[in-house]
Design a protein around this ligand. Structure first.
Ligand SMILES: [Zn+2]
Ligand SMILES: [Zn+2]
Length: 125
């Protein structure tokens, strides 16, 4: 009986940990966070504790391999960690990139001039 309770607690901890991690990371990358937060629920239905651990590991590996690659950096507005390729922050919805009005390339928020053509004529928002 105690074993069953302990196993159930481990299983719930696995699910809670994965939900927390996947939702946070997927939200930072704007990668269907609600879908990923829901996926670990399948771990509750896997047979045996070994099955649950394997399912959790598999889900984690699938997520790491399939998520958009790249670094996370602080949003210039709300300071939350966001994927550097995004043009809009998934948390505060503000623009985190500027556009060069000369060559229409995307320029980093902190940049004073376009790294591609050297123009200082950048959009501000
Ligand atoms: Zn933000
Ligand atoms: Zn330019």
């Amino acid at each position: 009986m105690e074993r069953t309770v302990a196993f159930l607690l481990i299983r719930v901890a696995l699910v809670a940990g994965l939900v927390f991690y996947l939702y946070r990371d997927a939200r930072s990358r704007d990668y269907t966070p609600l879908m990923w937060a829901f996926m670990p629920v399948i771990i509750l239905f896997t047979p045996g504790l070994g099955g649950a651990i394997i399912a959790a590991l598999l889900l984690f590996v699938i997520y790491i391999l399939s998520r958009p690659k790249g670094e996370l950096a602080a949003c210039p507005h709300c300071k939350k960690k966001i994927h550097t390729i995004l043009a809009f922050c998934p948390f505060c919805r503000q623009s985190v990139k500027k556009e060069c009005l000369h060559c229409h390339d995307i320029v980093e928020w902190e940049a004073e001039r376009c790294p591609h053509c050297g123009s200082t004529n950048l959009t501000k928002s």
